[in-house]
Design a protein around this ligand. Structure first.
Ligand SMILES: N[C@@H](CCC(=O)N[C@@H](CS)C(=O)NCC(=O)O)C(=O)O
Length: 235
């Protein structure tokens, strides 16, 4: 059985996992999950009990959630392709360190801004929360710019799964219109370079329900009902 990735729209951080699957060469299906309605519904909670995307269904039918675990799994399966590294090697340490920064500091910087959009609240509270979010996003961009330094990629001298995951989050800045990315030249260069990556183009097209050209591993979409039906028959 091929892998199945449950990805969230619109604007899901799962974009990084789609890019990672494209780069991995694995055969995989995609299952599109609307947020917030479908992702928080009882059906999807059979896939992911906490109602979040992404989730990856493995060939044996087991379910793996959390971007860090999914990207770690893809890395472990693709050491021969240079996406993953020997556990405990300096490259593996750098990848884990950068992914951890992105999954905590960079991701969470946007949380106050999402909250102002997704929840009703009095205008003064909304403005205060937005100011707080803007400060956090500015700080996260400045930190990432400093970590990038003169480098072209987030780790090492070639693209990595950290760059893939970065893209799913960095584009939130365009949605919330927070920072002028050109003030962070290294980060801006990375973002623009990644926008032209065929796997990122593919993932954006998938999210927008447009014709999408895969590197070859994408087998097609499956419906949530279909997956749940197969799980029921297998039980
Ligand atoms: N810690 C999780 C966070 C996943 C997460 O927050 N996913 C969001 C989309 S980026 C989601 O599914 N939100 C549910 C909703 O919007 O209702 C991970 O890193 O995978």
């Amino acid at each position: 059985m091929p892998l199945t990735l449950f990805y969230g729209v619109p604007e899901g951080c799962s974009l990084g996992s789609i890019v990672a699957l494209e780069w991995s060469g694995a055969r995989y299906n995609l299952c599109r999950i609307g947020m917030p309605a479908v992702v928080s519904g009882d059906d999807y909670r059979r896939i992911n009990p906490i109602g979040e995307t992404p989730t990856l269904m493995l060939p044996d039918g087991s379910l793996l959630s959390e971007s860090m675990a999914i990207l770690g799994h893809i890395a472990a399966k693709t050491v021969d392709r240079g996406l993953g590294f020997e556990p405990g090697s300096p490259e593996d340490d750098r990848l884990k360190q950068m992914l951890a920064f992105l999954n905590t500091s960079f991701f969470n910087a946007f949380s106050p801004l999402w909250h102002t959009i997704e929840h009703d609240m009095p205008e003064p509270a909304k403005a205060a929360l937005r100011d707080y979010g803007i400060a956090k996003v500015e700080r996260a961009h400045a930190d990432l710019e400093m970590l990038l330094g003169e480098n072209e990629w987030l780790i090492g001298d070639a693209r990595s799964l950290a760059d893939a995951y970065f893209m799913g989050i960095a584009r939130w800045n365009d949605f919330h219109r927070v920072v002028d990315r050109s003030r962070y030249p290294a980060l801006d260069r990375l973002y623009r370079r990644m926008l032209n990556d065929p796997a990122v183009r593919f993932a954006h097209a998938i999210e927008h329900d447009e014709p999408a050209t895969s590197a070859g591993g994408f087998l097609g979409h499956v419906g949530l009902d279909e997956v749940l039906g197969q799980m029921g028959r297998a039980a």
